[in-house]
Ligand binder design. Structure first.
Ligand code: RP5
Length: 181
């Protein structure tokens, strides 16, 4: 995992972020206050061995930084972008407008409206500019979805996903059996 943090966009070079040819996911969020929610995506990718980066990129507070990130991510080898934001959550949609990469949006629940504002801001994209929106605060599913996208062209990752699904199923079956005893 590489934390870009507040480095200047000019340092976002391919050499800086990734030295091999492994799949790569960019996790961005509007504020460091989103980190407690978004860290589950990073942990998931860590567990699958997917190289990723984490960065604060705000559509409203750092628009130039957002432009820079969205325009250059694919040139640096990023293949999927996970973007989390809360409130007037314009980051995923604006990034999707400027990148050819798949963008997965994570609505972050803020202090009001139970996250419905974030969800609607992210999910209601116009035709032509897609954002794959996961449930409110569910950045883990964003991580899983990015793994599935990457695993289409990565047999090792595909195998890991199959094993993960079997584990999820096994856990539930085990609980069901215990309940029935
Ligand atoms: C959004 O505003 C961020 O994504 C965050 O969810 C929300 C609040 O940000 P802070 O005021 O906590 O920095 O842009």
């Amino acid at each position: 995992q590489e934390i870009i943090g507040n480095e200047s966009p000019s340092s976002w070079t391919r050499e800086n972020s990734q030295k091999n040819s492994e799949p790569h996911v960019g996790i961005i969020m509007g504020s460091d206050s989103d980190l407690p929610v978004m860290k589950a995506a990073a942990e998931l990718l860590e567990n699958f061995g997917v190289i990723h980066e984490v960065s604060i990129v705000s559509a409203h507070r750092t628009p130039e930084r957002m432009f820079e990130y969205a325009h250059n991510a694919h040139l640096r080898g990023v293949r999927v972008i996970i973007a989390g934001a809360g409130g007037a959550a314009h980051l995923p949609g604006m990034v999707a407008a400027m990148t050819p990469l798949p963008v997965i949006g994570v609505p972050v629940r803020g202090s009001s409206l139970d996250g419905l504002d974030s969800l609607l801001s992210i999910v209601q994209m116009p035709k032509g500019v897609p954002v794959a929106t996961v449930a409110i605060n569910n950045s883990m599913n964003a991580g899983l979805l990015s793994v599935r996208i990457l695993s289409i062209s990565d047999a090792v990752l595909f195998d890991k996903m199959l094993k993960y699904q079997a584990t999820v199923e096994g856990t539930v079956v085990e609980k069901a059996k215990r309940l029935e005893e």
